[in-house]
Design a protein around this ligand. Structure first.
Ligand SMILES: [Zn+2]
Length: 112
């Protein structure tokens, strides 16, 4: 899916483009300003190629410049809530009491 966007064969709202990455508005943004940073080179997740992961994080940092509260979230594997198997970093702007439950929120109390 993201390779198709990089190749220009699938539509996307591109926020910013670099030689090595794209920033996109996700299909279902959870808050205003929710953005995805994807490397143009296909890797499945952040563990596949440290150089590609580092380059994607660099672009995320450029987009996040300033002091707006924000999460950077990336996942590997279905059990970790990954649903698209092309590395992507979610930039999620946050606000006090915004009620957003992050992907690692289990809804359960801590187990012993
Ligand atoms: Zn891909």
């Amino acid at each position: 899916m993201f390779c198709e966007i990089v190749a220009g064969r699938a539509p996307a709202t591109v926020v910013r483009e670099w030689d090595d990455a794209l920033a996109l508005v996700p299909l279902g943004p959870v808050v205003d300003g929710h953005t995805l940073v994807i490397p143009k080179q296909h890797v499945a997740d952040f563990g596949e190629d440290p150089e590609v992961s580092a380059a994607a994080m660099r672009r995320a940092a450029e987009l996040a410049a300033g002091d707006r509260p924000m999460n950077v979230i990336t996942s590997r594997g279905r059990a970790a809530t990954q649903s698209v198997f092309h590395l992507h970093l979610h930039l999620v702007p946050r606000a006090e009491n915004d009620g957003l439950a992050l992907p690692w929120y289990s809804g359960h109390g801590r187990r012993r």
